[in-house]
Design a protein around this ligand. Structure first.
Ligand SMILES: Nc1ncnc2c1ncn2[C@@H]1O[C@H](COP(=O)(O)OP(=O)(O)OP(=O)(O)O)[C@@H](O)[C@H]1O
Length: 348
């Protein structure tokens, strides 16, 4: 049984469709990320799952029970925000205890739960401090701790790391994942940061305009995006529309694109068909005898690779290479190996 069943969920805000007929199952113990551009409906979906917003249509089941009409405090979920929302006049210990008191958890049990969470989050030395005496990372941990002491079966995160600097973000990200596994929590995590989504998730839901574009593991989303939107949103991708040419051999398809002819062993369909495809910038192999070519219009050294913007017949695209001898204004040849040509579902 899935921990969360989302069934044909729609949400209209005065005629504006924030979510449309969205269905999704989240497995028990899974770390699932909602990823998508600003305004695609991530927070709305999270608020519906936690009960802070009622859907216009559809149902939410938690552990098999329909909770669509159940108020947030009666659901077995906890929410963790980007603004830590700690009580400024209460100590860390009192902040952790607040929800437990409200739920009338007995004193001894409260003490045990707080001690357990404080230890797991390394908050021991901070317990008597006020929130303004803590660093951003520590405040975020208290906020997480406050959710964890409630022992929810589902924990929901709304961009919890966006107030932290890059280094701290990496560290707290690892902690969140470790703790989610330790407590065997089902987690739904909202972010618009694709690197964060790729690093943390068991599966990622890519949302676009209130609908699911693709749900998959990070590896599959990267290697086999279904649409140009997903390809471009997860990592970088050069997306082109092309036309299928006569096959070169029974197992090699040729596609004419605005920057030249690509060959692939992936079945591109019948001659003459219009097709959308992409390839990843790191898959191009620069080579003087390459079948494709273009002019480098800009170059950005990134340490372990160099990011090149290249143009062919006025069409720009990106190549990433470990070579350091390519410069702005150079004309380069390159190949895109057949297996790296990804055929997409629809034109974007
Ligand atoms: N209370 C509301 N009234 C009217 N429109 C709303 C309301 N809440 C959200 N919306 C609209 O619904 C859409 C989805 O909003 P939502 O906050 O879920 O997006 P998001 O994907 O979380 O975006 P972001 O990454 O910017 O936080 C947006 O276009 C937003 O303007």
């Amino acid at each position: 049984m899935a921990a969360i069943n989302i069934q044909k969920l729609s949400k209209d805000f005065s005629g504006f469709k924030a979510l449309t007929e969205l269905s999704l199952d989240v497995r028990e113990g899974e770390f699932l990320t909602l990823l998508g551009p600003s305004g695609c409906g991530k927070t709305t979906l999270l608020k519906i799952i936690s009960g802070f917003i009622e859907p216009t249509k559809g149902h939410i089941l938690l552990n098999g029970k329909d909770v669509t009409k159940v108020p947030p405090e009666a659901r077995d979920t906890a929410l963790c925000f980007q603004s830590y929302a700690l009580f400024p006049h209460l100590s860390v210990r009192e902040n952790l205890e607040f929800g437990l008191r409200q739920k009338k958890v007995p004193a001894l049990d409260r003490k045990d739960r707080i001690a357990d969470v404080a230890e797991k989050l390394g908050l021991g030395p901070q317990m008597d401090k006020l929130p303004n005496q803590l660093s951003g990372g520590q405040q975020q941990r208290v906020s997480l701790g406050r959710a964890l002491v409630m022992r929810p079966s589902v924990i929901l995160f709304d961009e919890p790391l966006s107030n932290l600097d890059a280094k701290l973000r990496d560290q707290v990200r690892l902690e969140i994942r470790r703790i989610q596994k330790d407590y065997k929590l089902t987690a739904i995590y909202v972010t618009h940061d694709q690197a964060e989504a790729l690093a943390m998730s068991d599966r990622i839901v890519v949302l676009k305009s209130g609908q699911i574009e693709q749900v998959d593991t990070p590896e599959r989303l990267y290697a086999a995006p279904r649409t140009g939107f997903v390809a471009d949103f997860i990592g970088n991708a050069n997306v082109f529309t092309g036309r299928v040419l006569p096959q070169k051999t029974p197992t090699i398809w040729r596609i004419e694109t605005p920057i030249g002819i690509l060959e692939t062993g992936n079945n591109a369909g019948t001659e003459g068909a219009e097709i959308t495809l992409c390839w990843r910038p790191e898959n191009a192999e620069i080579n003087d005898d390459g079948a494709l070519g273009g002019t480098v219009t800009s170059k950005a050294f990134q340490g372990h690779f160099t990011d090149l913007m290249v143009e062919t017949k006025g069409v720009p695209y990106r190549i990433q290479t470990s070579r350091t001898d390519v410069n702005e204004g150079d004309t380069i040849g390159f190949n895109v190996p057949g297996p790296s040509v990804i055929l997409l579902e629809n034109a974007q």
